[in-house]
Ligand binder design. Sequence first.
Ligand SMILES: *Cc1c(COP(=O)(O)O)cnc(C)c1O
Length: 361
Amino acid sequence: MKQTYFTAGPAEMYPTFERHLQEAVAQQLGSISHRSQKFRDIYKFTVEQLRTLMNIPDSHGIFFAGSASEVWERILLNCVEHESFHLVNGSFSTKFYEYAVSLRKFAHSYEKPFGEGFDYGEIQVPEYAEVICVTQNETSSGVQMREPDIHKLKRSNLKKLIAVDIVSSAPYPDLDFDVVDTAFFSVQKSFGLPAGLGVWIANDRCLTKAERLQKYEDSTIGAHHNLPALWKNFKNYETPATPNVLGIYLLGKIAEDLNTIGIETVRKQTEEKHKVLSKYLENSQVFSHAVAEERHRSRTVVVANTTKPSAEVIAAIKKANMVIGSGYGPAKDTQIRIANFPAVSLEQVEALIQEMKKLEG
Ligand SMILES: *Cc1c(COP(=O)(O)O)cnc(C)c1O
């Protein structure tokens, strides 16, 4: 029996995934050379669709990695000589910070408890931090940082670079890439594709920094997928290593489908579904919002406290062929997570709520 996945990644496949996959097989994309015109056309198409969808200007290159967590390392190696600064409020932002420590950077952090979010006004950026690392959508706790706060943070620190993790929200956030230097996501979250492709968006300021660091004899920007190499290849719509051609093709097609709907409509649909879920949580006897502040509630990953053990809830929902996630880490038993990605419709969200209601009283 077919399941509907409300998990936060891997997640429900986008409805057109299967059709595009069949087309990719028909076109024998598994066999084409990544130095062929056919591949360059695919890379270019995906870039064009993402530029339209996410309003990414030509100042930014779009590169491919194995996953988003690879991009954490790329940003830290290529854009940080000594010091990074991290907003930390959950498992993923913690890992970004820990990557910096592992790479022997002097990593500063401003931490908030699990379930709490950041507002611009309270953030003090250390003077010598070179990159401000922000997790726009903290998937573990369901906390978002609103775009205007991110933009203000950068505008008041113009000499620093800002890196934004939009792994489990893209393309929903309306980021202004005139101020955001670099951002990244993985395709197995909101784009509804199988895992195995990370997307790195970075501007010429990141490149300039990487080129400067590359000349230093006592440090390294890494050998694999460093930004100067990615950028040099990108100019011809090529990649330094043999890439995930299938993933890049599918991402371009899904982005095209989302562009056909229109990003404004995609955002409205996301908000509509979020509202329905929120309203249910507000009135439920079993479930309640895990994130207290409405403005900090993620629009794409809804996290709820549950009075019944999460395993019991998940099992009951599973009987109706729907899959939801447990809480993350220490919240595993006491919370559930529900992804609100474009691949699930309002009707599917309503069907999920009907099942959750059966657990009441
Ligand atoms: C999933 C996730 C990552 C890591 O992505 P991978 O594709 O597993 O490398 C990073 N940040 C956030 C916010 C995520 O949700």
